[in-house]
Design a protein around this ligand. Structure first.
Ligand SMILES: [Zn+2]
Length: 403
């Protein structure tokens, strides 16, 4: 096969790349790949210094864990013979292809990696090396692999019935076990283990049954709040169509809340748009994991270059990476598909991002759950490098984390 190239300031060839090995719901066996940008470092983390600039993709996997990722033959023939090796087998090993066999021919090849058990909080790093023609052949691509020791975080869930003075409210109903499992899977390969205590059931009296106003959030945290846990409150609906809040120990006072807390709503009926996600495990899990991200002091992206309307906060992104990102807070890229060079043809807004589409509304692609390793745009409030931000925050200890 012949490749045509024109060289500007730097020419990069991408013989192979890596992607999530499945399409569908978050699963700790199938981590997301941080493929955004080129020549960006991973920040210092838990005593490990910042990396050199990463010339390619990176992935984090929990320690003592087995994951599957997918290699894609991009600018190389589908039958090119390639091998994958670990640069340090004390950090991770390649389980498949087994016995140092070559990758299976074809556009893609799945690769299984197993990580070592680590005994302090400091991650370990090695490269997955892609070698051409021989198992000790030249390295034509690398995937930077961070192995993350698990840091356990306590979570106390509360299911909250919001009554009015004249009418009882509903007890919010969702498959909470499945939701918490999926939320835990989202955080697992960042090396953060969400440990859920037994759910508590509480009720409060508000102005209106099944609707919690912002000014009434303190009625909930005043009723039940467990120290040394992330307290999560599930309600039927929050006002203004809001689906969740995450107030960290660093930020809750500024929001007028009496304790750090996470709120999650199942329904909204705002501006004529009715939503009930009670049965949508994936949607609820993504949102729960997102709000917990706020609790770890992560913020939405604030680097939108075209701030207007809602985007005066800079939250709207227009690149295809946006929907891959756990802390992005819309289910759209906000870019006019017709303004793209390919006039929207195959524009990711209309595609899926490795997570599939909503069971309730197949026209909506689920946004992803990537927790990026690399710091792409330093100096902004909530950009990338979020794995390091969350882990370094948790490592400060119980008081800083839980408030
Ligand atoms: Zn948010």
């Amino acid at each position: 096969m012949t490749k045509q190239m024109s060289i500007k300031s730097e020419c990069r060839m991408v013989p192979v790349r890596f992607q999530r090995a499945i399409v569908g719901a978050p699963d700790k066996r199938y981590p997301d790949i941080d493929e955004r940008g080129f020549n960006h470092a991973v920040p210092a983390m838990n005593g490990l210094p910042a990396s050199a600039a990463v010339r390619g993709s990176a992935v984090s996997i929990a320690h003592n864990h087995t994951v599957e990722i997918q290699l894609v033959r991009e600018d190389i023939d589908d039958d090119a013979v390639i091998y994958v090796t670990s640069s340090d087998e004390s950090v991770f090993t390649v389980d498949t292809p087994m016995g140092h066999a070559p990758c299976t021919p074809g556009k893609t090849c799945n690769i299984t990696l197993s990580s070592a058990m680590l005994f302090n909080l400091t991650p370990a790093v090695a490269n997955l090396e892609v070698r051409y023609q021989k198992k000790d052949g030249p390295v034509i691509a690398c995937l930077l692999v961070y192995v993350m020791p698990l840091m356990s975080v306590n979570i106390q869930p509360h299911i909250v019935a919001v009554n009015s003075s004249s009418a009882p409210g509903d007890i919010p109903s969702l498959a909470f076990g499945a939701v918490t499992q999926m939320a835990a899977d989202i955080w697992h390969n960042a090396g953060i283990s969400l440990s859920f205590a037994q759910t508590k059931y509480i009720s409060i009296t508000a102005n209106q049954a099944n609707m919690l106003l912002y000014s009434e959030l303190n009625r909930v945290v005043d009723t039940a709040w467990t120290p040394n846990y992330i307290n999560v409150y599930i309600v039927t609906a929050l006002s203004n169509g809001t689906l969740g809040y995450g107030f960290s120990a660093s930020a809750y006072k500024g929001f007028g809340i009496r304790h750090p807390a996470v709120f999650l709503a199942l329904k909204s009926n705002h501006s004529g748009h009715h939503l009930d996600r009670s049965a949508d495990i994936h949607y609820c899990a993504n949102d729960l994991a997102h709000e917990i991200g706020h609790f770890f002091t992560l913020w939405h992206p604030t680097d939108d270059p075209m701030s207007m309307g809602l985007a005066t906060q800079g939250w709207q992104r227009r690149d295809s990476w946006s929907m891959r990102f756990l802390m992005y807070n819309f289910n759209t890229t906000w870019r006019d598909a017709n303004a793209t060079p390919h006039k929207g043809n195959n524009w990711p807004d209309f595609n899926n991002f490795g997570y599939g589409t909503s069971a309730q509304d197949p026209s909506v692609a689920y946004r992803g759950a990537a927790i990026p390793l690399k710091l792409v745009r330093a100096g902004k409030a909530g950009i990338d490098g979020q794995c390091a931000i969350a882990r370094n925050h948790i490592a400060k200890g119980f008081t800083t984390l839980y408030g």
